[in-house]
Design a protein around this ligand. Structure first.
Ligand SMILES: Cc1cc2nc3c(=O)[nH]c(=O)nc-3n(C[C@H](O)[C@H](O)[C@H](O)COP(=O)(O)O)c2cc1C
Length: 171
C-alpha cells in the first residue's frame, strides 16, 4: 500500500544512488554526490555545489573543473575530501595522500589515482535559489585507465555508500 509522505524531501531521499565524484578546481578537491551527465552532443556533465562551499567560490572564479571518478577502494579519499575544507589553505592532496595531475585543456589539477578524469569547461550555470548551484561543464578531455570498468565506481545517496548493482541485460 502506498501513502502520501508527510515531508516532500523524503521523495528525494528515496531516490536510488548516484555515483559519487571528486570535483577538482584549482588545487582544491571536493566530494560531490550531486552529479549527472547533461548532454551527449556536445558531451556535458553537471555538478551541484552548495552555495557556501569554498568549491563554489572556486567554480565561479575558474569556470572550469575536473571530474575524478573514485573506485570503491578509494572511499577514504572520498571521506577526507567530503569533510575537510580547502578554504583555510588545507591541501587535500597531501591530506588524502593522492597526487595532482596536470590536464591538457584546463589549468585545474586532476587526481592521478582516480581511473577516470574528465576535464570540463563551464558552459552554463543554473542560478535557481535552491540548496545547490548547478554547473554544466562541457567535457574537453578524458583520461581513462585501460583497466577501468564502470563497475569499480562508488555509489552514494541518503547517507549510504554502495557498489554498482549487478548486470541484468543489454538494452
Ligand atoms: C558523500 C558526500 C557527498 C557530498 N556531496 C556534495 C555535493 O553534491 N555538493 C556539495 O556542495 N557538497 C557535497 N558534499 C560536502 C562537501 O564535499 C564538503 O562540505 C567539503 O568539505 C567541501 O569542501 P570545500 O570547503 O573545500 O569546498 C558531500 C560530502 C560527502 C561526504
Amino acid at each position: 500500500m502506498k501513502r502520501i509522505e508527510d515531508e516532500l524531501i523524503k521523495g528525494i531521499w528515496a531516490l536510488p544512488s548516484f555515483p559519487v565524484v571528486l570535483v577538482t578546481v584549482g588545487h582544491n578537491i571536493m566530494t560531490a554526490g550531486a552529479f549527472h551527465f547533461y548532454s551527449f552532443d556536445p558531451p556535458c556533465v553537471m555538478v551541484g555545489i552548495i552555495h557556501d562551499k569554498y568549491t563554489n567560490e572556486l567554480m565561479n572564479q575558474y569556470n572550469e573543473f575536473g571530474i575524478n571518478i573514485p573506485t570503491v577502494d578509494q572511499i577514504e579519499i572520498v571521506h577526507i575530501c567530503g569533510s575537510k575544507s580547502g578554504k583555510g589553505g588545507e591541501n587535500k592532496y597531501s591530506l588524502a595522500g593522492i597526487t595532482p595531475m596536470s590536464g591538457v585543456k584546463i589549468k585545474s589539477s586532476l587526481i592521478k589515482e582516480c581511473p577516470l578524469n574528465l576535464e570540463c569547461k563551464v558552459v552554463h550555470k543554473i542560478d535557481f535559489p535552491g540548496s545547490h548551484q548547478w554547473f554544466v561543464g562541457e567535457v574537453k578531455a578524458v583520461h581513462k585507465d585501460e583497466n577501468y570498468s564502470r563497475d569499480q565506481a562508488l555509489m552514494f545517496w541518503g547517507g549510504e555508500y554502495r557498489k554498482v548493482g549487478e548486470f541484468l541485460e543489454n538494452s
